[in-house]
Design a protein around this ligand. Structure first.
Ligand code: GDP
Length: 467
């Protein structure tokens, strides 16, 4: 754990040269250190106003850089402590020297994430917001940034808040029923308890389900493009990217290595999984390589089988289809639709064994031409629709993106499930309370809140027990 009484310092801008480089200080001595190192025309610094100053070498008094300093006084700052941001010209030498001087004057180098951690420790943000700040910084598309920004404002916590309130309320009433049994405290009727528990479970369940989407938004979607040589995989891949990234050739088997190319569809980063390795294996080493490729294909979020519809169906197509189908949702592109067709959508449908129709085993067929671009927008739509089935989750961007959050929600749900069973059996309140506390604790851990005092407050304030 860090000592929040220290004043911490770090270069806040990325390493390297640039127009600007910002040094950030946070803590009690932030302002004192800044004013010792920088000459200003007028002091004290105004709060939340940019002030021009001269950063000089304390050895000889010579000016090193013209800087702009912004001072945020506690608690109205990023960390809720005194924060000073010094914008220098982006020379690594100047920035390094400035940080060294701050250290000499008693500051300490900030650990990674320590500014944000202080914001959390000082109660300015909760854990979901801290995670969102990290996601925002790491976002690769505007859509990802928008989702992160929403969470940074506390969308997840806001969504959980009423549920936590209901739980605390339930706990408070049941506790009161136990502690003050002889008093006239209204304890909730069982059907009411059940109804409340079910309402919370339904909404938490939705959030857990939404994680799959949240994960894809955060991490991107992996798509494996599979097909015989020369059916148009690379061409289609380029069309999806709208760019000429892979080399397209007219010789079968010469287009290779689509590894780690990335693009985006609807603001969701798309990762293409290399499927070049799946060919006929001639020896053991090749066989292992082929199996590895199939593993990567199975692990991807979605699979796209490309068929050359201008040629008759082949056994190789059948082999790929039967291997792909059990892996989950599948997209089939009947490519080269600009040429006279040998395989129609209807025939393709007939080749698919009838499935139970659940979302996981859905197959969508799209006619495409990588040459003209026909069908490619439809293909993009289907990729999104299949890979991300739960896009409509009520509040558009209210979904969780972190595995940590999902696991805690599941924990809470499990405790609520047990609580529900207990309530159905109308067990003693004390047993039910244990589960309710577990459910609440998981939600508290999720947002990083500690609520014992809150609970005591509710128990003793909202109930006029009068003793
Ligand atoms: P891959 O081996 O599956 O990656 O196939 P390529 O993308 O390298 O394409 C093989 C050949 O088919 C190239 O000559 C492409 O120009 C051609 N091709 C790909 N898609 C289409 C299409 O939709 N229509 C036509 N007419 N030719 C295509």
């Amino acid at each position: 754990m860090t000592n929040t009484e220290d004043t911490i310092v770090a270069v806040a801008t990325p390493p390297g040269r640039g127009g600007l480089g910002v040094v950030r200080l946070s803590g009690e001595r932030a302002e004192a250190i800044a004013t010792e190192l920088i000459r200003f025309a007028k002091l004290p610094l105004e709060t939340q106003r940019a002030t021009v100053g001269e950063f000089y070498d304390p050895q000889d008094g010579r000016v090193l850089d013209q800087v702009v300093v912004t001072c945020f006084r506690r608690p109205h700052s990023y960390t809720a402590e005194d924060v000073v941001e010094i914008a220098c010209h982006g020379s690594p030498v100047i920035l390094k020297f400035l940080v060294e001087l701050c250290l000499k004057r008693g500051a300490r180098v900030a650990e990674p994430g320590e500014f944000t951690m202080r914001a959390f420790l000082n109660g300015r943000i909760d854990l979901t917001q801290a995670e969102a700040i990290r996601d925002l910084i790491e976002s690769r598309t505007l859509y990802q940034a928008r989702v992160a920004a929403q969470q940074m404002e506390g969308a997840v916590s806001a969504r959980l808040k009423p549920h936590k309130q209901t739980l605390m309320d339930l706990i408070a009433r049941l506790e009161a029923g136990i502690d003050f049994a002889e008093d006239d405290v209204s304890v909730m009727e069982w059907p009411e308890v059940l109804a409340r528990l079910d309402a919370i479970r339904a909404d938490l369940g939705k959030l857990v389900e939404g994680y799959e989407y949240g994960r894809i938004v955060r991490e991107g979607l992996s798509l494996a493009i599979v097909g015989r040589p020369n059916v148009g995989k690379s061409s289609l891949f380029n069309r999806l990217l709208n760019e000429d990234r892979a080399i397209v050739t007219a010789t079968p088997g010469t287009t290779r290595d689509l590894v780690a190319e990335s693009a985006q569809i609807g603001g969701i980063p798309l990762r293409f999984v290399d499927t070049a390795g799946i060919r006929e294996a001639h020896d053991e080493a090749e066989r292992i390589g082929v199996e590895k490729s199939w593993q990567a294909i199975a692990d991807s979020d979605l699979r796209l089988l490309v068929i050359d519809a201008s040629e008759p169906w082949t056994d190789a197509d059948s082999a790929l289809l039967s291997r792909l189908q059990p892996l989950g949702a599948l997209l089939v592109a009947l490519n080269k639709s600009d040429l006279p067709p040998q395989i129609s959508s209807a025939e393709m449908t007939e080749r698919l064994p009838s499935s139970a129709g659940d979302a996981a085993s859905r197959v969508e067929i799209v006619e495409t031409s990588a040459l003209t671009g026909a069908g490619v927008p439809k293909l993009r739509e289907e990729i999104l629709a299949l890979a991300v089935p739960v896009r409509d989750l009520g509040g558009e961007e209210e979904f969780i993106t972190s595995l940590r959050q999902q696991q805690l929600l599941k924990e809470s749900l499990q405790a609520l499930f047990k609580a529900r069973q207990a309530a159905e059996l109308q067990v003693h309140h004390e047993l039910l309370l244990l589960d309710l506390y577990d459910a609440l604790r998981a939600l508290d851990t999720l947002t990083g809140a500690t609520n014992v005092e809150d609970l005591l407050g509710i128990i003793f304030s909202t109930f006029c027990v009068g003793k």
